[in-house]
Design a protein around this ligand. Structure first.
Ligand code: C2E
Ligand code: MG
Ligand code: MG
Ligand code: MG
Length: 290
């Protein structure tokens, strides 16, 4: 509610209702965190050269007792409006992902773990110190197994801070990937200064690369860029074997997408890995690879 220009009280019932709804949703999300209703699902990442599953990406979901599983796109925008909640959730995600990595390790499963960071998380002054403390609580996990995904757009928004944080965290031993790469138009100068290990080609380009020559050109360009700058490259949104073939022929070995597996609860991963090892089509691709 704002005071009007003439001292009149401008009251827009529609806006007011929206604001109330927003507050209620935030309250509900805070409660969800307290009551342990958030879960991480894990999407496998595969190296086409040998069809090996080398890692997973942790993706958050909200297990709402009323509505069932809610996708991050539906609740993260609310959470981003509350810095304290966003931080608390971000720490929960990191803690949960490291705990899971440790469990898998105990079961003899060696995987890399990618965790998405919000723009604010990265920009927070004490992020590095908090990450350091978190890693210290999981001394068995080799730090290089943890990869932090930051959005290309977030990195460009405050490049100086992004460079500083990525540098500091790299010294701690963790690695970085630039997520949704290609959507933010970062210049080559930026890329040169930002010590990320991996470029993650945005799924919008990958999805249409078989039918849209421009998208294919962008995918090709990112793959070459990564090679020129000595970075790894991974494609997300790989929905079919044809996508994998195309990517592979352009020189991209690392892939992730529904065509391989949808994100799944941690308990399902071991069984899925067994199933994956029996799948022939992707192994054949690996056979002709490289
Ligand atoms: P992202 O990090 O770019 O993750 C990829 C998204 O694409 C995921 O959606 C994933 O389920 C989906 N995806 C994977 N393969 C395919 C495919 O082949 N086709 C299609 N159409 N989609 C595919 P999800 O899980 O809904 O997550 C959406 C976004 O929410 C993520 O995009 C990420 O930016 C954000 N997010 C998810 N978890 C977290 C988290 O723990 N923290 C933060 N800060 N953000 C998160
Ligand atoms: Mg990601
Ligand atoms: Mg992405
Ligand atoms: Mg995305």
């Amino acid at each position: 509610k704002e005071a009007g220009r003439n001292g009149y009280h401008l009251f827009d019932p529609d806006n007011d209702r929206k604001a109330q709804g927003h507050r209620r949703t935030l309250e509900r999300l805070r409660q969800a965190l307290e009551q342990g209703e958030f879960v991480l699902h894990y999407q496998p990442k595969v190296d086409l050269a040998d069809s090996r599953v080398f890692g997973v990406e942790a993706l958050i979901r909200w297990q709402d007792p009323q509505r069932g599983l809610v996708a991050p796109g539906e609740f993260l925008p609310y959470i981003e409006s509350d810095p304290a909640l966003e931080r608390a959730l971000g720490e929960w995600v990191l803690e949960q992902a490291l705990t899971q990595l440790e469990r898998w390790q105990d079961d003899g499963l060696t995987l890399e773990m990618s965790v998405n960071l919000s723009a604010h998380q990265l920009m927070h002054a004490d992020f590095t110190a908090r990450l350091d403390a978190l890693l210290a609580r999981h001394p068995q996990v080799p730090r290089a197994r943890l990869e932090l995904e930051i959005l290309e757009t977030a990195a460009i928004a405050d490049m100086a801070q992004a460079i500083a944080v990525v540098r500091q965290c790299t010294l701690l031993g963790v690695r970085f990937a630039l997520d949704d790469f290609g959507t933010g138009y970062s210049s080559l100068t930026y890329l040169r200064k930002l010590p990320v290990d991996t470029l993650k080609i945005d799924q919008s380009f990958v999805r249409d690369m078989l039918v849209d020559a421009d998208d294919r050109t962008i995918v090709d360009g990112v793959i070459r860029l990564a090679a020129a700058f000595n970075r790894q490259v991974i494609a997300e949104g790989v929905e079919t074997l044809e996508h994998a073939f195309a990517l592979h022929s352009l020189g991209c070995r690392l892939v992730q997408g529904y065509g391989i597996a949808r994100p799944m609860p941690a308990e399902q991963l071991p069984a899925w890995l067994q199933h994956w090892q029996r799948q022939s089509a992707w192994r054949a691709l690996a056979g002709q690879a490289c």
